[in-house]
Design a protein. Sequence first.
Length: 196
Amino acid sequence: MKYENIYSSEKSIIFDGPLLISPKIFQDERGYFYESWNQKLFNNIIGKTVSFCQDNHSSSSKGVLRGLHYQIEPIPQGKLLRVTSGSIFDVIVDLRKTSKTFGKWAGVKLDNIKKQQLWIPSGFAHGFLTISDFAEVQYKTTNYWSKDHEKTILWNDERINIIWPLEKLMKQKLIISNKDMAGKSLEFMKNSGFVF
């Protein structure tokens, strides 16, 4: 298992915390095998003990954009995410106000070919755009979902300025839930005390 740091959208600053993890894949004429989860190895990579309590699984068609979601204290969520079918453009936004990368974003392509996983510690908002005809995303969380603590930042917030790869959709329109369309700006979340 290998891992690499995630750079902010400015490419010059490394995010402190998130990691892109690549498994060792054993492949031959029969197919493939890889370890998708190993508590000991993961904790060694992260440098601390992380416990997961919930597994989630979403299915999305091309053009579906989900996010930007996160949970505030006292029930923040860290996520370990992977794509088991198709491909997505996955985005994280740093919401830790004392961080040098506060308000910065990073985007990585995740798919079922490379089988990479993205570790998103609490303190980050998360979202993704489905860029294949269909995608299945599975992720572990460090806390249970809480409606009262979940927040949504608007996917096209001008201050964050995420560059979504909309050209990959061809003529497919974006599909965004009403909840996500009603997301608030980063400035609103900061002024309301809904950051870390």
